[in-house]
Design a protein around this ligand. Structure first.
Ligand code: 13P
Length: 256
């Protein structure tokens, strides 16, 4: 049985005072919820203070991206060891905003995934199609290509999470239906079974992201291959994020 995981991607939101208020409420309400792993991914300048704030709780910390090199003349970037220093256990790689706004390529993402692995952290690898690709019937092809760009049998399956985030559902208020999301998740799992093997593909948690809200979270996470959520906008409001964590807890109870 896969334990659900709810991750909050804060993107470029929150200054220190606002972040302290948000993490305080999340710790109060979410630190003791049983049966769900909770991951928060604040922007880089908040990693140290947020790690301090979650110390002693079961809440885990992640970064939103990392540079693939160990160190060097890369103005503005931070490396995996620097992120590891802050107490993070996870790094998101291949978020659609990194792919589409910052032009990160499959080749670059493969190097980032390798860097995360080399330093013993867990990767949350994001895939997802644009609306044009969906309408052209290319969803599975796109997702398969994105997976094969960076995921291979040498990547430890126990340090890999895959997040399916259809680009057309991110920040738009439009969510994939549970059925649409389940179909792609099932496809992803079948590809992971080809890359690894059936048992390991069954052990990897697959998250759905794209306008996840308290009102739709439960139906999405009740799908057999949806093991949690990668939440953007709704994770910035403690009440909403906690409600999504609660929804994940209820699916884990009913599916045991
Ligand atoms: P929204 O939940 O705001 O659609 O963002 C999803 C996302 O990109 C999480 O990584």
């Amino acid at each position: 049985m896969r334990k659900p995981l709810v991750a909050g991607n804060w993107k470029m939101h929150k200054t220190l005072a606002d972040a302290r208020a948000l993490i305080g409420s999340i710790c109060e309400g979410g630190g003791s919820i049983e049966g769900v792993d909770v991951l928060v991914c604040p922007p880089a300048q908040l990693l140290f203070p947020m790690a301090k704030a979650v110390a002693g709780t079961s809440i885990m910390m992640g970064a939103q991206t990392a540079h693939e090199a160990l160190e060097g003349a890369f103005t503005g970037e931070i490396s995996v060891p620097m992120i590891k220093d802050t107490g993070c256990t996870h790094i998101i790689v291949g978020h659609s905003e990194r792919r589409h706004v910052f032009g990160e390529t499959g080749e670059q993402l493969a190097k980032k995934v390798s860097a995360v692995m080399e330093h013993g952290l867990t990767v949350v690898y994001c895939v997802g199609e644009t609306i044009e690709q969906r309408e052209a019937g290319q969803t599975n092809d796109v997702v398969q290509r994105q997976l094969s760009d960076a995921i291979h049998a040498g990547i430890p399956a126990d340090r890999l999470l895959v997040a399916y985030e259809p680009v057309w559902a991110i920040g738009t208020g439009e969510t994939a239906t549970p059925e649409q999301a389940q179909n792609v998740h099932q496809f992803i799992r079948s590809k992971l079974a080809e890359i690894y093997d059936q048992p390991r593909s069954e052990s990897i948690r697959l998250l759905y992201g794209g306008s996840v809200k308290p009102g739709n979270a439960r139906d999405l996470m009740a799908q057999p291959d949806i093991d949690g959520a990668l939440v953007g906008g709704a994770c910035l409001v403690a009440e909403d994020f906690l409600a999504i964590i609660g929804a994940a807890a209820s699916t884990s109870v009913t599916s045991v």
